[in-house]
Design a protein around this ligand. Structure first.
Ligand SMILES: [Zn+2]
Length: 731
C-alpha cells in the first residue's frame, strides 16, 4: 500500500474518532486525540526500515565491539531528538564458548558441523564476530555415553520412557526444540540423572515441514540452529551471581558453580543436519506416533548403538551490560515515571529479535521529540530504555530494577515493554487493571493491511481460531481486548513479578512465521522479505505503545480499573476449583483402571510395558478464604468508582499516586515457594513451562504437583494479598 493512500484512510478514520472517542482519565479527550494525531504525523515507516537495517548491521551480543556501535547509535538517535540520555552500565557474567565438540562413534561415525553457513542471498550472514551456536549457561563438561530420545523433554515425556522401562541416568538425551521454554528440557533431563543434553530443531516444527526453507522461504534450513539461554529464569533472572542486587562495583557474588538458577550438565543446540545421523542410530522401542518429527526414518527412543561424545567449555567472564536510559522530564509530576523499554542486544544480528521492536520504540522517541520541539511537554516524566543483555537472561533490565528498586516503587507509574515485532495481529499481556486502557488504545490504532482497528482485527482472529463453535460466537461479541497474563521471556519480568510495577508487553505477529529465531539468518534481508516488508507494523507498534506512554503521561486520572482486575482473578479462582475437580476425577479413573486390571489387559503383551503406580486420591480443599477476599474486593471497587469523581486537584494527585502503587499490594514478601525472587501472587512463569504463565502460581503449581498442604497454605497467602489491596484502596 502506498503511503498517501494510508494517510488518507488514516485521516478519514481518525476524523471519525475525533467526534466519537472518549478517553478514560481525560476531561478533555479532544486535546489528547489531537496530540496523538500529531504524534502519528511524525512517525515514518521508511525510517523504521532504515533503523532496522542500521541496528542489525553487525553482530552485537553483550560485550562485543558491535554492541558498542549499536549503543552509540541508539544514544545518538535519542540525543538528536532532544532526550536527556545516559548509559547505565552493570558488570554481568556472560559465558561464551571456547570448545564445542560433538561426535558419535561405534556403528555410526559422525562429527557434528555446529556451523551455519553464509548465504549469498543474506548480506550479513558472512560477518566476523558471530557468536557460534551454543546454549548460554551450559555447564563445562566432557561426557561420553549412549543417547536417548526424549521427545520435547517435558515431564510427561519421561512418564512414557518409564512405561517402556527406559532410564536416562548416566545417558545423554536429545530433545526437540518447541512446546516449552528451552531451559526446561535440560532441567528435567538433569533431574532424571542425564549427564548431557542436546536440543535440536526438528524440520516438522520450523523447517521444511512448515514451509520453504531459507533462503527460498522463511523457514529453517538444515544448518539453522537456535541459540539461546538455558538459565533457569523461573528461579530468578538477571546475573546469576547477584540475585536481588544490582551488579555494580564490588557487589558480593555467588560463584557461578553454586548459583541456584544454573544447571550442572553440558547442553548444546544442534541443526537437523547434525541431529539426523544421531537419531538414526537409536535402537530400542519405536517412538510413539506423536513423538515423530519430519525426518525421513522411523524414530526410536533408544538407547543408541553408538556412543556420543560431547565436550564443551566456556569463558566465564564479566562483560559490561550497557543500558541506554533516555528521559524527558514531566512538567507537573516529574517524580512520576512512565517507563518504556525494549532490549538492544541480540544473539547475532537480530533484525527481528530485538531490533524490530527497538526501531518502533525509537520511532516513538523521535515523534515525541518532535512534539517537544513544537512546544508540548509531558505532565509526567517519560523514561525510555534500551536494555542490554536480555538474551542471556534479562540481565540489563533486571540489574537496573534491582539496583533502583526503592526509587521505582515510589515513582514508576507503569512499564511498557516490546520485543520482536512483525506482520499480523496485536497481542498484549499485562496487569489486568489495564484491560479498559489497552482496549481503548487498540480501538484507536488502524491495522495497516485491512484499515479496521487493530482491536477488530485481533477479535476476528480470536473468533475464527477459537476451539469450539460456542467460543467462536462468544469471541465475536467480545468488546474488550483479550489481555493475557504475563509469564516471562522479556524485560517486563522484574518490573511486574519482582517489584509489582503495573506492566504491559505489546507486539504484533502471527503472519510472520519463520525459522530464523536466534540464528545468523535473523537478518535485515530475512526481515524485509518475510516479517514486515512495508515496515507498517513497526508503525502500528509505535502507535500502540506510543499512545500507552502518552496517555499515562497525560491522564488527569490514571486509567487503572480494579473491577477488571477483580473479574479476572475471580475467573482464575474458578479455574483452580475446576482444576481440583478434574484432577480428582482423573486420578480416581486412572487408579480404577489399575485396580480392575484393565490397564494390563489393554496393553500389547509383546511390548512388555510397565504399569504406572497408583496415585494418591485428591482431597477436597477449601477456597473460602480466597472467595471471601474477592467479594470484599468487589465491594471496594464499586465504592472507589464514586469517590474519584469528586476530588480536588491535590486529592487527585494523591489518588493517582495511590493507584499506580496498588499492584505492589499483591506482592508477598516471602515470595513464591522455592523461588523467593518472584513475589507477585497472581502471575509467574511456570516452574515447568518457562515462558508460559501460571496464574495464581502458588496455588496452581501446588495443585499440579499434588502438594495439597501447600495449596491450602498458598490460598491463604493469596487471600491475604487481595485483602491487603482492598484495605489499601479503601483507606
Ligand atoms: Zn528479544
Amino acid at each position: 500500500m502506498t503511503k498517501t493512500f494510508f494517510s488518507i484512510v488514516g485521516f478519514f478514520i481518525s476524523t471519525l474518532f475525533l467526534h466519537a472517542q472518549q478517553i478514560t482519565g481525560f476531561k478533555k479527550s479532544q486535546q489528547q486525540i489531537a496530540l496523538e494525531k500529531q504524534f502519528d504525523s511524525f512517525v515514518s515507516s521508511k525510517r523504521v526500515g532504515e533503523n532496522i537495517k542500521l541496528l542489525s548491521s553487525v553482530p552485537h551480543h553483550v560485550g562485543s565491539a558491535g554492541a558498542n556501535k549499536i549503543v552509540s547509535e541508539v544514544v545518538r538517535l535519542f540525543k538528536e531528538s532532544g532526550w536527556d540520555t545516559k548509559v547505565e552500565t552493570y558488570q554481568v557474567l556472560f559465558p561464551t564458548p571456547l570448545v564445542r565438540q560433538l561426535e558419535m562413534s561405534g556403528a555410526t561415525n559422525y562429527k557434528a558441523l555446529l556451523k551455519e553457513p553464509a548465504l549469498k542471498e543474506d548480506a550479513t550472514s558472512n560477518q566476523q564476530d558471530q557468536l557460534p551456536t551454543y546454549n548460554c549457561w551450559s555447564a563445562d563438561g566432557d561426557v561420553t555415553a549412549e543417547l536417548v530420545f526424549v521427545n520435547y523433554g517435558l515431564p510427561e515425556d519421561y512418564d512414557v520412557l518409564a512405561k517402556h522401562g527406559i532410564d536416562v541416568k548416566g545417558k545423554i538425551v536429545i530433545a526437540k526444540y518447541g512446546r516449552s521454554w528451552r531451559g526446561i528440557k535440560p532441567k528435567v533431563a538433569q533431574e532424571h540423572g542425564a549427564i548431557g543434553c542436546l536440543i535440536y530443531s526438528d524440520p516438522s516444527d520450523d523447517g521444511y515441514a512448515a514451509g520453504d526453507v531459507y533462503p527460498k522461504g522463511a523457514f529453517k534450513n538444515e544448518f539453522g540452529v537456535q541459540r539461546g539461554s538455558i538459565m533457569d529464569m523461573v528461579v530468578y533472572p538477571g546475573d546469576p551471581t547477584t540475585p536481588f542486587k544490582g551488579s555494580i562495583g564490588n557487589v558480593d557474588r555467588v560463584a557461578h558453580e553454586s548459583a541456584e538458577n544454573l544447571l550442572k550438565i553440558p547442553v548444546l543446540p544442534i541443526s537437523y543436519k547434525d541431529a539426523a545421523p544421531l537419531l538414526k542410530d537409536l535402537e530400542g522401542p519405536v517412538a510413539p506416533k506423536n513423538w515423530y518429527g519430519g525426518l525421513p526414518f522411523t524414530y526410536h527412543i533408544g538407547p543408541s548403538k553408538s556412543k556420543v561424545h560431547l565436550k564443551l567449555s566456556f569463558d566465564w567472564k564479566l562483560k559490561p551490560a550497557q543500558n541506554v536510559i533516555a528521559t524527558i522530564k514531566g512538567s507537573e509530576f516529574p517524580d512520576q515515571w512512565v517507563i518504556r523499554g525494549n532490549h538492544h542486544d541480540a544473539w547475532v544480528n537480530g533484525a527481528n529479535d530485538p531490533i524490530s521492536g527497538l526501531a518502533a520504540e525509537l520511532e516513538e522517541a523521535i515523534a515525541i521529540g518532535q512534539l517537544v520541539k513544537n512546544g508540548w511537554k509531558p505532565k509526567r516524566t517519560l523514561v525510555y530504555c534500551a536494555w542490554d543483555a536480555e538474551e542471556p537472561g534479562l540481565m540489563g533490565s533486571t540489574e537496573w530494577v534491582e539496583d533502583h528498586e526503592q526509587e521505582l516503587r515510589q515513582k514508576a507509574v507503569a512499564y511498557i515493554n516490546s520485543d520482536g515485532n512483525g506482520r499480523g495481529f496485536l497481542g498484549a499481556q499485562g496487569s489486568h487493571a489495564f484491560i479498559p486502557f489497552i482496549t481503548e488504545i487498540s480501538k484507536s490504532v488502524i491495522d495497516p493491511q485491512t484499515n479496521v482497528s487493530v482491536f477488530e482485527r485481533a477479535r476476528a482472529s480470536n473468533a475464527v481460531n477459537a476451539s469450539s463453535s460456542k467460543a467462536k460466537l462468544e469471541a465475536l461479541k467480545q468488546n474488550e481486548f483479550r489481555l493475557e497474563p504475563m509469564g516471562s521471556g522479556s524485560d517486563y519480568s522484574s518490573f511486574i513479578q519482582h517489584i509489582g510495577i503495573p506492566s504491559l508487553n505489546i507486539g504484533f505477529g502471527g503472519e510472520d512465521d519463520g525459522g530464523e529465531y536466534h540464528s545468523i539468518y535473523d537478518s535485515y534481508d530475512h526481515y524485509a522479505r518475510f516479517k514486515d516488508p512495508q515496515f507498517a507494523y513497526g508503525i502500528a507498534l509505535a502507535q500502540t505503545t506510543g499512545r500507552a506512554a502518552l496517555r499515562l503521561a497525560e491522564a488527569e486520572v490514571l486509567p487503572f480499573d480494579f473491577k477488571s482486575l477483580h473479574q479476572t482473578v475471580k475467573g482464575y479462582t474458578s479455574q483452580l476449583m475446576e482444576l481440583m475437580d478434574q484432577q480428582r476425577e482423573k486420578i480416581k479413573a486412572e487408579n480404577e483402571l489399575l485396580n480392575s486390571n484393565a490397564w494390563n489387559l489393554a496393553a500389547d503383551p509383546t511390548e512388555h510395558l510397565l504399569a504406572p503406580k497408583a496415585k494418591q486420591e485428591v482431597p477436597y480443599i477449601d477456597f473460602s478464604a480466597l472467595l471471601n477476599a474477592l467479594s470484599e474486593l468487589e465491594q471496594v471497587t464499586k465504592s472507589i468508582e464514586k469517590k474519584s469523581e469528586k476530588l480536588s486537584a491535590k486529592e487527585l494527585d494523591e489518588w493517582n499516586q495511590k493507584v499506580y502503587r496498588a499492584e505492589q499490594q499483591l506482592l508477598t514478601s516471602a515470595g513464591l515457594p522455592r523461588r523467593p525472587w518472584y513475589r507477585h501472587t497472581l502471575y509467574a512463569p511456570g516452574f515447568y513451562t518457562g515462558y508460559g504463565v501460571k496464574t495464581i502460581p502458588g496455588v496452581r503449581e501446588a495443585i499440579e504437583q499434588h502438594n495439597y498442604k501447600e495449596a491450602n497454605e498458598q490460598i491463604q497467602i493469596v487471600a491475604d494479598s487481595i485483602k491487603k489491596l482492598s484495605n489499601y484502596l479503601n483507606n
